[in-house]
Design a protein around this ligand. Structure first.
Ligand SMILES: [Zn+2]
Length: 489
């Protein structure tokens, strides 16, 4: 008898899975007619190549920065984009950040902002010779533009400028104001002071509240798993994880090592590390993961739909699997990473104040105060001191039904009629967009460059380069995005 019940339950599950798979359809997206425009991708490639030649490297300390490189870059932009120079007001904010304002027709509408950062990371010492072409040569080999900043993110900055310049050449004027905000020290992770922070402060003082912000993020990726799914994926970063370094100091007796007890203060330190690593933060299945899977399932093959689309009952299992992979764990919980430790100042001195420094990446929902509470709870010693550095809370999620998010869906699906899965994701690192939470509720991070996944690993690394073929499409994307988001309706 029991096997009959089991069979019936199994049959019901299979029927329910098939029904769900059959009803999963891509969301209806209103496409736009892409305006005719002739973008010369070789010209864009040359401009990007020129931009890479300016060594706009940001440093944690201002003293090491070659400011004249930024000044020369600014002059270059004025010369290369004369209509932007003529039709916008440009301010240099906080030494080298740029704030352009392109006035719209209707001052009552909330302005929109296009972000990029001008700075790049340095080439790691000793790896200069590993580059096929010099990192600041901007070499063009017919297929790629090579150099530091080709992907992160002079490509983005130059393509936004090309888009605006070409719209101006056609006599287009936006309904709402358009700000172009180009920070100069995004890469330094300095949380006390940044160009982007000063831009936001400037706008806030002027009473500006933005309709939306578009900044760097994931690119347009080709997803191809045979028989399961074949689509382009535009993952749009709608939130950012937090960041905080905590120095945790323990107390011990100290003394001379010639008469050391069985365990020194380092034993306590090791126990503290063990407590932290053993007691990880609770994981959470945030709604963006469901939205991401739903969007992918709707574009999968029938088999893929059965496979991906029936995830809801398996969320606990999926969470378990995600936690086994470091990148996956990062999407569903606050990450604990013990990265530094300190004992005593000399080999013959017992440590009195041994300490560890731990880098935490809080998940949206966990505040820095929650992190400290967790640390105090799980470490077995109660007599500890905790100092915070570089604290930055995780951001809330921007909605996916805003005019800006819908514009990305609409423009990408108009550029690729075969369909693009546009879905939210959580940004693990940091961007300048983080600062804009004070004056904007729709903060999106997406780079419309169709780039093979393998090239992503060259970001911040050796042989950073971008396919020339991805540039013209990005310019068209930015044009259409600006047209759509700046429109009054
Ligand atoms: Zn960047």
């Amino acid at each position: 008898m029991w096997w009959k019940i089991l069979l019936a339950v199994l049959a019901l599950i299979i029927i329910a899975s098939l029904i769900r798979a059959a009803t999963l359809k891509p969301k209806k997206i209103q496409t736009v007619k892409i305006r005719d425009v002739d973008i010369d991708e070789n010209k864009v490639a040359e401009h990007l190549s020129d931009a890479i030649k300016f060594k706009t490297i940001s440093r944690v300390r201002d003293e090491g920065v070659e400011w004249e490189e930024f000044e020369k870059f600014h002059e270059y932009l004025d010369k290369t984009y004369p209509l932007i120079a003529k039709n916008t007001t440009k301010e240099v904010v906080d030494k080298a950040s740029l704030l352009y304002l392109w006035k719209g027709k209707n001052p009552d509408l909330e302005p929109m902002a296009m972000l990029a950062h001008q700075d790049v990371v340095p080439v790691s010492e000793g790896t200069e010779k590993d580059w096929k072409y010099d990192a600041f040569s901007g070499h063009i080999d017919g297929e790629f533009v090579w150099g530091r900043g080709a992907l992160d993110m002079k490509n983005h900055l130059i393509c936004v400028m090309e888009a605006v310049e070409s719209l101006m050449a056609e006599g287009f004027q936006p309904d709402r104001d358009v700000y172009l905000c180009f920070g100069h020290n995004e890469e330094t992770v300095s949380t006390v002071y940044t160009g982007a922070g000063t831009i936001v402060k400037t706008l806030k003082e002027r009473g500006v509240h933005l309709d939306s912000v578009l900044d760097e993020g994931s690119a347009l990726i080709d997803l191809n798993i045979k028989g399961v799914i074949k689509t382009k994926l535009a993952a749009v970063g709608t939130a950012e994880k937090g960041y905080v370094d905590m120095k945790i100091t323990l107390h011990d007796k100290g003394g001379h090592t010639s008469a050391a007890p069985k365990h020194s203060g380092m034993w306590k330190l090791a126990n503290a590390v063990r407590d932290l690593e053993k007691n990880q933060f609770r994981s959470h299945w945030l709604p963006f993961l469901s939205e991401l899977l739903d969007t992918l399932a709707s574009r999968a093959t029938f088999f893929g739909k059965i496979f991906i689309g029936n995830y809801p009952p398996f969320i606990p299992l999926l969470k378990f699997i995600l936690k086994l992979i470091p990148q996956g764990a990062s999407m569903c919980r606050t990450i604990t990473s013990v990265s530094m430790c300190e004992g005593s100042p000399a080999a013959n001195v017992l440590p009195q104040r041994p300490s560890i420094t731990v880098n935490f990446r809080p998940l949206p929902g966990d505040s820095i105060a929650d992190v400290e509470k967790h640390v105090r709870k799980v470490i077995r010693y109660k007599d500890i001191d905790i100092e915070h550095f570089n604290g930055k809370e995780a951001t809330p999620f921007s909605p996916t039904d805003s005019r800006a998010f819908k514009a990305i869906e609409s423009v990408e699906n108009s550029l690729h009629p075969e369909g693009v899965a546009v879905a939210p994701y959580l940004v693990m690192g940091g961007t300048d967009a983080y600062r804009y939470g004070e004056i904007c509720d729709n903060i999106l991070r997406f780079a419309p460059f169709n780039v093979p996944l393998s090239l992503f690993f060259t970001t911040h690394a050796t042989n950073e380069r971008i396919p020339i073929a991805s540039l013209a499409e990005a310019v068209v994307f930015f044009r259409e995005y600006i047209i759509k988001v700046s429109d009054k309706d």
